[in-house]
Write a protein that binds this ligand. Structure first.
Ligand SMILES: [Zn+2]
Length: 184
């Protein structure tokens, strides 16, 4: 670096020709120098922000494995199935959701249970009596008497087949048509 030399340069910020006094000068003025510096910083910030967005977007599934509660989107990512499929599973009572405000959340342990023991998922859907009339239903005792199954076995059958249960008074009713189909 020397103050004796004079070099004709083009300002890298404004493009104006100027006389540089050192070999490392790239800008015509202090103003251009600081503007260029600000622009550079801004660009770096944007790049960093974009990087972070990319990082979040491609957040490894591994992270989700440690979350106790998952959104529909997380679940979709974790299981590698579409959100639509998840909604259908929820409708069928194969997955249980809780509502956190307007968001649906799933319990990670329930998702694990899907694989460990597919029959332990109890449908969240409560069937109303308008869908099945009591006169079209058996109560538990009636089924045990008619088909000679134990109470325990019967509950297993009901769970495994997702048979809707209609509680009424101290009895629990299930649709005759479904029981007949399975036990006959
Ligand atoms: Zn300049």
């Amino acid at each position: 670096m020397s103050s004796h030399i004079q070099i004709n340069r083009i300002c890298q910020h404004c493009g104006k020709e100027f006389i540089a006094r050192t070999t490392t000068t790239s800008y015509c003025s202090h103003k251009c120098n600081s503007s260029a510096y600000k622009a550079k910083t801004r660009k770096a910030k944007i790049e960093k922000s974009n990087e972070q967005v990319q990082l979040v977007k491609s957040k490894p599934v591994e992270d989700l494995k440690f979350k106790a509660f998952l959104s529909i989107a997380d679940t979709s990512k974790l299981l590698g199935i579409s959100r639509r499929t998840i909604y259908r599973m929820i409708e069928r009572g194969e997955m249980i959701i809780a509502k956190a405000g307007r968001r649906s959340i799933l319990r990670r342990s329930d998702i694990d249970n899907l694989f460990d023991n597919p029959t332990t998922i109890i449908p969240k859907i409560k069937y109303t009596q308008t869908e099945y009339d009591i006169s079209d239903c058996y109560n538990m005792q009636e089924i045990q008497d008619k088909f000679g199954v134990s109470g325990k076995a019967l509950y297993g059958i009901i769970k495994r087949n997702n048979i809707p249960k209609l509680p009424k008074g101290k009895f629990v009713y299930v649709p005759k048509v479904m029981i007949d189909k399975i036990l006959n």
